[in-house]
Design a binder for this molecule. Structure first.
Ligand code: FES
Length: 107
């Protein structure tokens, strides 16, 4: 893929992405209602949990599945938390994913 995607806004029901192409400038702005319209695996692959390091939620979830049961352990395995903000933006999101896994919210 030539270009990159950036997450503009996310909540439980709404997500918007911009896709930039090096050749064409902004070529796509897409928003989707998340209520079962998009495969959760796709959402995990395109949603960056650690924005500074561009680490997708899928990589964070894989680390948690493999036993990383704290934010520190997830950071050690994935490299999250080592970006410019030093984990201020991603730490709470990672903690929520760990808690969700422990409570059976996702597997
Ligand atoms: S968002 Fe993860 S280090 Fe900044």
């Amino acid at each position: 893929m030539n270009g990159y995607e950036t997450e503009l806004q996310e909540d439980e029901h709404y997500m918007m992405y911009c896709h930039w192409s090096d050749d064409l400038g902004i070529i796509q702005v897409r928003s989707d209602i998340m209520d079962n319209q998009i495969d959760p695996r796709i959402m995990d692959n395109i949603t960056k949990t650690c924005i500074c390091r561009a680490i997708p939620r899928s990589k964070i979830k894989d680390a948690i599945r493999k036993g990383a049961d704290s934010v520190v352990k997830v950071n050690e395995v994935t490299g999250s938390g080592s970006g410019e903000c030093r984990g201020r933006r991603c730490g709470l999101k990672i903690k929520a994913l760990i808690d969700g896994y422990k409570s059976g919210e996702w597997e």
